[in-house]
Design a protein around this ligand. Structure first.
Ligand code: PEP
Length: 253
């Protein structure tokens, strides 16, 4: 089984002091774990994280968003090439909080993924249905539509992306998709990617939504779940390490 990818999404949390303690704690627990990990931090901390993570290969820095534009008069935005200068290796695009609070549309998410890929940064494309959409039986339709936009814009290099299935109703709520629900959607996404690219098997499909030390094992051992995108539990060293240890165990199994 291939190595799992565990990505922490710090959202708008942290400080110079708490980040240092968090990163050092995670780094101390990494040796011996067969897992690849990243932390997606607020942009204000990239410079300090670049120093803290210097020379590390098992834990790398990610961003939470990137501009659709390359350069110019876009106040407040950060371009992919700027991220690259700070050693950023992954960028989350289309997180449900960006879609909800900033009105990001599928086509914009697709262009953000394209900007990241052009800069050599791996986009982590988030897709997921709201509770109302799940209850209306539209889950597959929604996630396929969201992913289709990214495939349409990035077809030639689609095997270079990471996809995160994050049911909106499970993010930060303590509710988790059952392993069977998550696997079912991951399978649908995998088939969609396979239809788009002969190299789709190498695309990591992450599950996100209240993953924690207790539920990680059942989720991560599903055949189409290649890792996790972790919010709340990524802010606590023991919890994040416990998920990484579980991921490591699943990689060896
Ligand atoms: C997220 O924000 O991507 C996320 C999965 O958050 P949480 O783990 O807190 O549900």
């Amino acid at each position: 089984m291939k190595q799992k990818l565990i990505v922490g999404n710090w959202k708008m949390n942290g400080s110079l002091a708490t980040n240092q303690a968090l990163v050092q704690g995670v780094l101390a627990g990494l040796p011996g774990l067969n897992v690849h990990a990243a932390i997606c931090a607020p942009a204000a901390y990239f410079a300090s994280l670049q120093i803290l993570l210097q020379g590390q290969t098992g834990l790398v820095c990610g961003a939470q968003d990137v501009s659709m534009h390359e350069t110019g008069a876009y106040t407040g935005e950060i371009s992919a090439s700027m991220l690259l200068e700070f050693g950023v290796r992954y960028v989350i695009v289309g997180h449900s909080e960006r879609r909800l609070y900033h009105g990001e549309l599928d086509a914009q998410v697709a262009i953000k993924a394209q900007r990241a890929l052009s800069a050599g940064i791996t986009p982590i494309v988030c897709v997921g249905e709201t509770l109302a959409e799940r209850q209306a039986g539209c889950t597959e339709e929604v996630v396929k539509r969201q992913l289709a936009a990214v495939i349409h814009t990035n077809g030639h290099c689609i095997s270079e992306i990471v996809v995160a299935y994050e049911p909106v109703w499970a993010i930060g709520t303590g509710l988790t998709a059952t392993p069977e629900q998550a696997q079912q959607v991951h399978h649908v996404l995998r088939q969609q990617l396979k239809a788009a690219s002969p190299r789709a098997d190498r695309i990591a499909l992450l599950y996100g939504g209240s993953m924690n030390a207790v539920n990680a094992l059942d989720l991560l051992r599903q055949p189409d779940i290649d890792g996790g995108l972790i919010g709340g539990a990524a802010l606590k060293v023991p919890d994040f390490l416990a998920i990484m240890a579980t991921a490591s165990q699943c990689a060896i199994a």
